[in-house]
Design a protein around this ligand. Structure first.
Ligand code: MG
Length: 407
């Protein structure tokens, strides 16, 4: 909670849009808001006219309650997938149907044994029937407990994102090899930053964040990245894909298809896999050619959409709440009708405040302070002219009654 925040009405931390309610109703709302964890931010006061407004590449204000709440995902327990995961293998024999031979697209000869999907050497790679691209992938694997071979010959397999980028699977517990072919290397691209492997025969977990390369009009706008945690330890930190890597040859940037299968390698060792799931990731802001930042065009479009939603909300409200929502909409996009209506309502509000006799003015303190605060914000960020008469009128009422006196 921001320590500089001030509450204007009977110490209520509710945003101004709630100001149409009576004090008793507000107490009820206040209680119910605190009972709902998702609304706690609202209860803490991050309402309209609070943080810095939207700008050319940020469609939302700082601490903007118009911004959508993050979608609820039930986390897994004891290693189970989260609620929105797409499960590719959880240990059931029938899940072999989700995989096919990469060689001929027919049923694979890999087997499900003791809840694990096991490579049958010589049978070839497998791939998912399902195709996807940007994802969070979880996969667990175990090299054979009986140590055979060395370097690239010991417990070798591989997880191929979109069938193209190999995150190496290799028993490197006590087994040196070329570093860019090490377990959790991006094969032929980048060695892992650490070797946190457990002993052969034990289960190892990979948690991978994968972003495919994005090209626009033949030009690379995003090289694609991969991040890997091995047994909870970071080994690849947003490593650029450089075209995807490979064996012996240096790869160079190239466009990827929209989606592809997940492949697992047969490298001649009976490596086992279990608990394989992924979550598709949201799109990146690559419109306009800039990564991780919205283009001005996309921002303007989003701001217009937010403003429209706020005006629609305002249409359902009355009085001050309506007026303040209409003013709020102007912070996202100009709209003559909204501004005209809000200014008319403001004029009526100020006239009423000025004509309210002293004995009754205290009952309007909260509303007057809320509107004053809104006008200060709107003028500070130039959504309204600085010398607007309504602001001066309300500030003189506030000052005359010493309503903002520091305690
Ligand atoms: Mg491999």
């Amino acid at each position: 909670m921001c320590s500089t925040m001030t509450f204007s009405t009977d110490e209520s931390p509710l945003p101004p849009r709630f100001s149409r309610y009576t004090s008793a109703t507000m107490k009820t709302i206040h209680r119910s808001l605190f009972a709902l964890p998702l609304l706690t931010t609202a209860a803490l006061g991050a309402g309209a006219f609070y943080g810095d407004p939207p700008d050319a590449t940020h469609p939302w204000a700082i601490h903007d309650m118009n911004r959508p709440q993050p979608p609820r995902v039930e986390p897994g327990t004891n290693g189970s997938p989260p609620s929105d995961a797409i499960v590719l293998f959880s240990g059931k024999p029938e899940e072999i149907e989700k995989w096919i031979s990469d060689k001929n697209g027919e049923s694979t000869k890999w087997v499900v044994k003791d809840g694990a999907l096991q490579c049958v050497p010589g049978s070839g790679y497998i791939r998912t029937k399902e195709e996807f691209a940007d994802c969070q992938l979880h996969i667990e694997w175990a090299a054979p407990a009986k140590v055979e071979g060395d370097s690239q010959g010991r417990g070798n397999s591989g997880v191929f994102l979109m069938g193209a980028v190999e995150v190496q699977v290799l028993d490197n517990y006590n087994n040196p090899t070329y570093p860019d072919g090490f377990a959790s290397s991006i094969y032929g691209i980048n060695p892992p930053a650490a070797n946190p492997l457990r002993a052969p025969g034990e289960w190892q977990s990979y948690d991978i964040v994968f972003r495919r390369p994005v090209f626009k009009d033949g030009k690379e706008v995003d090289p694609g990245y991969i991040t890997v945690f091995v047994n909870g330890v970071l080994t690849q930190d947003h490593t650029p894909l450089e075209g995807g890597g490979g064996h012996m040859k240096r790869s160079s940037p190239k466009p990827f298809p929209e989606k592809g299968p997940l492949k697992i390698q047969d490298h001649g060792n009976p490596v086992r896999f279990r608990n394989i799931w992924y979550r598709p990731l949201p799109k990146r802001f690559v419109e306009g050619g800039e990564y991780s930042r919205m283009s001005e065009e996309a921002t303007a479009k989003k701001r217009a959409e937010i403003a429209k939603g706020i005006r629609e909300d305002a249409a359902k409200l009355q009085g001050n709440a309506k007026m303040l929502r209409l003013f709020e909409s102007l912070c996202y996009a100009e709209n003559e009708d909204a501004k005209h209506t809000a200014m008319l309502m403001l004029g009526a509000f100020v006239t009423d405040a000025k004509n309210t006799p002293d004995v009754k003015i205290e009952s309007k303190k909260g509303e007057i302070l809320n509107v004053t605060k809104a006008l200060r914000y709107l003028t500070k960020f130039k959504f309204l002219p600085e010398d607007i008469a309504a602001k001066k009128d309300l500030e003189s009422i506030v000052k005359a009654r010493d309503w903002e006196k520091k305690k």
